[in-house]
Design a protein. Structure first.
Length: 223
Protein backbone atom coordinates (compact mmCIF):
# COMPACT_ATOMS: atom_id res chain seq x y z
CA UNK A 1 0.00 0.00 0.00
CA UNK A 2 1.07 3.57 -0.57
CA UNK A 3 1.80 5.30 2.76
CA UNK A 4 3.75 8.24 1.35
CA UNK A 5 2.96 11.36 3.32
CA UNK A 6 1.31 9.44 6.16
CA UNK A 7 2.34 10.39 9.69
CA UNK A 8 3.01 7.33 11.81
CA UNK A 9 1.75 7.32 15.38
CA UNK A 10 4.65 7.25 17.84
CA UNK A 11 2.49 5.28 20.24
CA UNK A 12 1.72 2.62 17.63
CA UNK A 13 5.38 2.33 16.65
CA UNK A 14 6.35 2.03 20.31
CA UNK A 15 3.76 -0.68 20.94
CA UNK A 16 4.87 -2.62 17.87
CA UNK A 17 8.51 -2.43 18.90
CA UNK A 18 7.77 -3.53 22.45
CA UNK A 19 5.59 -6.41 21.27
CA UNK A 20 8.43 -7.59 19.06
CA UNK A 21 10.92 -7.41 21.93
CA UNK A 22 8.55 -9.29 24.24
CA UNK A 23 8.06 -12.01 21.62
CA UNK A 24 11.82 -12.41 21.28
CA UNK A 25 12.20 -12.42 25.07
CA UNK A 26 9.65 -15.18 25.55
CA UNK A 27 10.90 -17.29 22.66
CA UNK A 28 14.58 -17.05 23.67
CA UNK A 29 14.09 -16.78 27.43
CA UNK A 30 16.10 -19.90 28.25
CA UNK A 31 19.00 -18.90 26.00
CA UNK A 32 19.02 -15.29 27.25
CA UNK A 33 18.97 -16.40 30.88
CA UNK A 34 21.79 -18.85 30.30
CA UNK A 35 23.94 -16.26 28.52
CA UNK A 36 23.28 -13.63 31.18
CA UNK A 37 24.26 -16.06 33.97
CA UNK A 38 27.41 -17.09 32.08
CA UNK A 39 28.57 -13.52 31.46
CA UNK A 40 27.71 -12.43 35.00
CA UNK A 41 29.63 -15.36 36.52
CA UNK A 42 32.59 -14.74 34.21
CA UNK A 43 32.80 -11.12 35.32
CA UNK A 44 32.63 -12.05 39.01
CA UNK A 45 35.52 -14.51 38.58
CA UNK A 46 37.66 -11.87 36.86
CA UNK A 47 37.03 -9.40 39.68
CA UNK A 48 37.98 -11.94 42.32
CA UNK A 49 41.17 -12.71 40.44
CA UNK A 50 41.74 -8.95 40.04
CA UNK A 51 41.74 -9.21 36.26
CA UNK A 52 40.79 -6.15 34.24
CA UNK A 53 37.17 -5.99 33.14
CA UNK A 54 37.62 -2.65 31.36
CA UNK A 55 39.17 -3.87 28.10
CA UNK A 56 37.23 -3.34 24.86
CA UNK A 57 36.28 -7.02 24.98
CA UNK A 58 35.16 -6.68 28.59
CA UNK A 59 33.01 -3.66 27.75
CA UNK A 60 31.43 -5.50 24.86
CA UNK A 61 30.61 -8.56 26.95
CA UNK A 62 29.18 -6.36 29.68
CA UNK A 63 26.98 -4.57 27.12
CA UNK A 64 25.75 -7.96 25.89
CA UNK A 65 25.04 -9.08 29.44
CA UNK A 66 22.99 -5.97 30.16
CA UNK A 67 21.07 -6.34 26.90
CA UNK A 68 20.18 -9.90 27.92
CA UNK A 69 18.92 -8.62 31.27
CA UNK A 70 16.86 -5.93 29.57
CA UNK A 71 15.17 -8.54 27.38
CA UNK A 72 14.60 -10.89 30.32
CA UNK A 73 12.83 -8.17 32.32
CA UNK A 74 10.45 -7.82 29.37
CA UNK A 75 9.12 -11.30 30.21
CA UNK A 76 7.67 -9.66 33.36
CA UNK A 77 8.73 -12.65 35.48
CA UNK A 78 9.63 -12.13 39.14
CA UNK A 79 12.89 -14.07 38.84
CA UNK A 80 14.31 -11.60 36.34
CA UNK A 81 12.92 -8.54 38.11
CA UNK A 82 14.79 -9.65 41.25
CA UNK A 83 17.95 -10.27 39.21
CA UNK A 84 17.70 -6.77 37.76
CA UNK A 85 17.20 -5.19 41.18
CA UNK A 86 20.16 -7.16 42.53
CA UNK A 87 22.31 -5.67 39.77
CA UNK A 88 21.31 -2.14 40.82
CA UNK A 89 23.52 -2.78 43.87
CA UNK A 90 26.58 -3.61 41.73
CA UNK A 91 29.87 -1.82 42.39
CA UNK A 92 30.28 -1.36 38.62
CA UNK A 93 28.61 1.87 37.50
CA UNK A 94 27.80 0.62 34.00
CA UNK A 95 26.01 -2.44 35.37
CA UNK A 96 24.33 -0.45 38.10
CA UNK A 97 22.99 2.36 35.93
CA UNK A 98 21.92 -0.07 33.18
CA UNK A 99 19.85 -2.07 35.67
CA UNK A 100 18.31 1.09 37.11
CA UNK A 101 17.43 2.26 33.59
CA UNK A 102 15.82 -1.10 32.84
CA UNK A 103 13.70 -0.95 35.98
CA UNK A 104 12.78 2.66 35.20
CA UNK A 105 10.66 1.31 32.35
CA UNK A 106 8.75 -1.10 34.58
CA UNK A 107 5.20 0.06 35.14
CA UNK A 108 2.43 -1.76 37.01
CA UNK A 109 -0.18 -0.02 34.88
CA UNK A 110 1.63 -1.18 31.78
CA UNK A 111 0.77 -4.77 32.63
CA UNK A 112 3.77 -5.78 34.68
CA UNK A 113 3.56 -7.14 38.22
CA UNK A 114 3.23 -4.98 41.31
CA UNK A 115 6.62 -6.36 42.36
CA UNK A 116 8.21 -4.74 39.32
CA UNK A 117 6.77 -1.35 40.14
CA UNK A 118 7.93 -1.64 43.77
CA UNK A 119 11.47 -2.65 42.78
CA UNK A 120 11.60 0.20 40.27
CA UNK A 121 10.77 2.78 42.95
CA UNK A 122 13.27 1.26 45.38
CA UNK A 123 16.02 1.25 42.75
CA UNK A 124 15.45 4.95 42.03
CA UNK A 125 15.54 5.88 45.71
CA UNK A 126 18.61 3.77 46.44
CA UNK A 127 20.53 5.11 43.45
CA UNK A 128 19.96 8.73 44.41
CA UNK A 129 20.66 8.25 48.11
CA UNK A 130 23.95 6.51 47.32
CA UNK A 131 25.17 9.08 44.76
CA UNK A 132 23.45 12.27 45.94
CA UNK A 133 26.78 14.08 46.23
CA UNK A 134 28.06 13.06 42.79
CA UNK A 135 26.75 15.59 40.29
CA UNK A 136 27.34 13.64 37.09
CA UNK A 137 25.71 10.52 38.48
CA UNK A 138 22.69 12.53 39.66
CA UNK A 139 22.43 13.93 36.13
CA UNK A 140 22.33 10.36 34.85
CA UNK A 141 19.61 9.58 37.40
CA UNK A 142 17.53 12.51 36.16
CA UNK A 143 17.92 11.44 32.52
CA UNK A 144 16.96 7.85 33.24
CA UNK A 145 13.63 9.03 34.64
CA UNK A 146 13.05 11.66 31.95
CA UNK A 147 13.41 9.07 29.19
CA UNK A 148 11.30 6.36 30.82
CA UNK A 149 8.43 4.87 28.81
CA UNK A 150 6.31 4.28 31.92
CA UNK A 151 2.98 5.99 32.37
CA UNK A 152 3.15 9.17 34.42
CA UNK A 153 6.64 10.10 33.19
CA UNK A 154 5.67 13.70 32.42
CA UNK A 155 4.26 14.11 35.93
CA UNK A 156 7.46 12.62 37.35
CA UNK A 157 9.57 15.08 35.36
CA UNK A 158 7.50 17.95 36.71
CA UNK A 159 8.04 16.72 40.27
CA UNK A 160 11.78 16.39 39.67
CA UNK A 161 11.93 20.09 38.82
CA UNK A 162 11.59 20.78 42.54
CA UNK A 163 14.02 18.02 43.56
CA UNK A 164 17.33 19.06 45.23
CA UNK A 165 19.19 17.31 42.43
CA UNK A 166 17.80 19.71 39.81
CA UNK A 167 18.43 23.40 39.21
CA UNK A 168 16.95 25.11 36.14
CA UNK A 169 19.76 27.69 36.25
CA UNK A 170 22.43 25.03 35.64
CA UNK A 171 22.65 24.05 31.94
CA UNK A 172 23.78 20.47 32.60
CA UNK A 173 20.75 19.93 34.82
CA UNK A 174 18.46 21.25 32.12
CA UNK A 175 20.09 18.91 29.61
CA UNK A 176 19.78 15.98 32.01
CA UNK A 177 16.07 16.41 32.72
CA UNK A 178 14.23 18.74 30.36
CA UNK A 179 16.25 18.23 27.18
CA UNK A 180 16.39 14.48 27.80
CA UNK A 181 12.60 14.42 27.89
CA UNK A 182 12.17 16.62 24.82
CA UNK A 183 14.78 14.96 22.59
CA UNK A 184 15.00 11.39 23.85
CA UNK A 185 11.51 10.47 24.99
CA UNK A 186 9.60 10.23 21.74
CA UNK A 187 6.73 8.35 23.35
CA UNK A 188 5.81 11.00 25.91
CA UNK A 189 7.05 14.14 24.18
CA UNK A 190 4.84 13.26 21.20
CA UNK A 191 1.90 12.26 23.39
CA UNK A 192 -1.28 12.63 21.27
CA UNK A 193 -2.88 14.89 23.90
CA UNK A 194 -0.16 17.47 23.26
CA UNK A 195 0.79 17.52 26.95
CA UNK A 196 4.46 16.92 26.19
CA UNK A 197 4.55 19.73 23.63
CA UNK A 198 2.85 22.18 25.99
CA UNK A 199 5.17 21.33 28.85
CA UNK A 200 8.35 21.80 26.83
CA UNK A 201 7.01 25.02 25.26
CA UNK A 202 6.40 26.43 28.75
CA UNK A 203 9.92 25.42 29.79
CA UNK A 204 11.42 27.16 26.73
CA UNK A 205 9.59 30.37 27.65
CA UNK A 206 10.86 30.06 31.23
CA UNK A 207 14.41 29.33 30.10
CA UNK A 208 14.43 32.30 27.73
CA UNK A 209 14.52 34.56 30.77
CA UNK A 210 17.41 32.61 32.28
CA UNK A 211 19.55 31.41 29.37
CA UNK A 212 18.39 32.33 25.87
CA UNK A 213 20.96 30.02 24.26
CA UNK A 214 19.59 27.05 26.18
CA UNK A 215 16.04 28.05 25.24
CA UNK A 216 17.03 28.18 21.56
CA UNK A 217 18.59 24.72 21.77
CA UNK A 218 15.50 23.31 23.44
CA UNK A 219 13.30 24.69 20.67
CA UNK A 220 15.00 22.34 18.20
CA UNK A 221 12.95 19.52 19.69
CA UNK A 222 10.07 20.77 17.52
CA UNK A 223 12.02 20.68 14.26
Amino acid sequence: SNIKGTLASVGILHSARRSTIQAISQTLKKELASLYAELHHEELIKRRQQESIFSSQGRGRRALKNLCLNYLVETEEDEFLHACFSQTQSDNMTDRSSAVATLANVDERGGISKLGNTLSERAMEDFYSHFANETLVVDKWLSIQATSRREGTLERVKKLESHPGFDVKIPNKVYALLAAFAFNNQLHFHDPTGAGYRFVADKIIELDGIDSHMAARMSRAYS
